[in-house]
Design a protein around this ligand. Structure first.
Ligand code: NOJ
Length: 515
């Protein structure tokens, strides 16, 4: 286990829209490098960088054309190496985004795989035996190559599935076992990609759709897990300080498979959704725990979370995110104050937390944008970072109509410049919370977490982490609980009093109390 993860606080950077230094309207690696001191000022000591590889950008870079080359619009391999070096000098780790499940259909491997004549890459992707064979249960692209066969896609149509084999083989003519040499070669190719960037200085990978490798397997996905265990073995031997974080959202399975961390994502009806984004499907009314109307159900989170925490104890971490590039920003539903409490809570929880760029200033989800590079409903979460009051909020010197996506230029649009000046801004609040986290081991990644008060459909929510008590009342009403607290508040949003064995919390409060 890389020991730096214990106190890691991540910042996710979407390279397209973070900082543009060459005036072409798209962010670049030099721009990211120029903002490392800012990242550090947040207390973040690690970065997850979304894909920066050569790509036709049909899915914002998750369609990799060349795993070994930085996309020209972001800079060069040298620039990335320089970013690693500068980040390390400042005590910041960098994870790249590994996309092992699929490539772009313009990737050289796929171009060769499409050829009628058999070659080294014929078995690198999942192909049927003939174009007349297109079983409807698989997502296939049919009749578009000289090769007589159809290929399976893993996500969008431009993303053919790499071949890691099938668990349950239903079509033996073309479905291979994961131990077939072609499937083993895919795994080895992916390991080589990892070695290449680790040798250059990256600190590990966020792994895209980590559960999607072997096809026809349900539940705990044993064959996909075997592949990750094999990869983890390579890392433990060759790069013991490299970290891998999975996009799986099933921590017990993912961490069992060798991941160091697994994301707790916004999935339909799961605990994360209940905390931050749940709403009534018909009326749209907020039903999230952190909504100020107080209609959330903490038990829907706690039951799931405790089970996951127990199942991953001592083996790996759950990563709670403020948001990511696929998820509506919380501010789509929450006011800045609701978001401030929700985000602060995230950085007091066990595991390795992730802050999505712009959330620290309460950036909004921009409605009504035309999809960009396969963003569709996700586009409004990917708009340029808002730095200051200069043109394009300081993101780029390009004319506004040449920007990758429009900047939120509303009069009241948040910027770093404005947030810096307000001691109670989300930015300054998170700085404080993260600082306290770094200063106290009890508040870091390890799984010490004890529920004190979490009652179905009730508030507040109170839990203990070592010598700290955290109590949160996100609602706009005073809330009380039978809890006799004696100690000092280390950090507070709002206020409280204790009386006759009860704690009374004012509306919209979050307390961190030292016992
Ligand atoms: C998950 C990524 O986060 C998302 O942005 C991408 O579109 C899909 N995987 C496909 O790679």
């Amino acid at each position: 286990m890389p020991n730096w993860l214990k106190d890691a606080v991540f910042y996710e950077i979407y390279p397209q829209t973070y900082c543009d230094t060459n005036g072409d309207g798209i962010g670049d690696i030099k721009g990211i490098e120029s903002k490392l001191d800012y990242v550090k000022s947040l207390g973040c000591n690690a970065i997850w960088l979304n894909p920066v590889f050569d790509s036709p950008f049909m899915d914002a870079g998750y369609d990799v054309r060349d795993y070994y080359k930085v996309a020209e619009r972001y800079g060069t391999n040298e620039d990335l190496k320089h970013l690693f070096e500068t980040a390390h000098e400042k005590g910041i780790k960098i994870l790249l985004d590994l996309v092992p499940g699929h490539t772009s259909d313009t990737n050289e491997w796929f171009v060769k795989s499409k050829k009628a004549e058999e070659n080294e890459f014929s078995g690198r992707y999942v192909w049927t035996k003939s174009v007349w064979d297109a079983p409807p249960q698989y997502r296939m692209m049919c009749g578009i190559a000289e090769r007589d066969g159809n290929y399976m896609v893993n996500f969008f149509s431009s993303q053919p599935a790499l071949n890691y084999g099938f668990n349950k083989i239903t079509h033996p003519e073309w479905q291979k076992s994961p131990s077939d040499p072609d499937c083993v070669a895919t795994v080895e190719a992916m390991k080589d990609v990892m070695r290449f960037w680790l040798d250059m200085g990256c600190d590990g990978f966020r792994v895209d759709m980590a559960d999607s490798l072997v096809k026809n397997e349900d539940g705990e996905k044993p064959e996909t897990c075997k592949i990750w265990k094999n990869i983890r073995k390579m890392l433990d031997k060759e790069y013991p300080q490299a970290a891998i974080v999975s996009e799986w959202c099933n921590p017990k399975v993912a961490i069992g498979a060798g991941f160091h961390c697994d994301f707790y994502l916004d999935h339909d009806t799961n605990g994360y959704r209940h905390l931050f984004r749940h709403k009534d499907n018909k009326t749209g009314e907020c039903k999230a725990v952190f909504g100020k109307n107080g209609k959330g159900d903490i038990s829907a989170f706690i039951d799931e979370y405790l089970d996951d925490l127990e199942g991953t104890k001592g083996k790996g971490y759950i990563s709670i995110i403020t948001c990511n590039h696929d998820t509506p920003r919380m501010t789509k539903m929450f006011t800045p104050e609701e978001a401030r409490i929700a985000y602060s809570f995230i950085f007091m929880m066990p595991g390795v937390p992730f802050l999505y760029y712009g959330d620290e200033i309460g950036m909004r989800f921009m409605e009504g944008l035309t999809s960009k590079e396969g963003g569709f409903s996700r586009t409004g979460t990917r708009t340029p970072m808002q730095w200051d009051s200069s043109a394009n909020c300081g993101f780029s010197s390009a004319p506004a109509d040449k920007l990758y996506l429009p900047v939120d230029t509303a009069d009241d649009a948040p910027t770093v410049e404005k947030a810096e000046k307000d001691p109670d801004s989300i930015l300054n609040t998170l700085r404080k919370v993260i600082e306290i986290r770094h200063a106290n081991e009890d508040l870091q990644a390890d799984d010490n977490f004890e529920v004190i008060y979490a009652v179905k459909n009730k508030y507040p929510f109170i839990f203990k982490r070592g010598k700290f008590i955290i109590a949160v009342n996100p609602t706009e009403k005073e809330q009380s609980a039978p809890f006799a607290f004696k100690g000092t508040a280390e950090f507070e949003i709002g206020g409280y009093k204790t009386e006759d064995g009860y704690i009374y919390m004012q509306p919209q409060t979050l307390l961190l109390m030292r016992l």
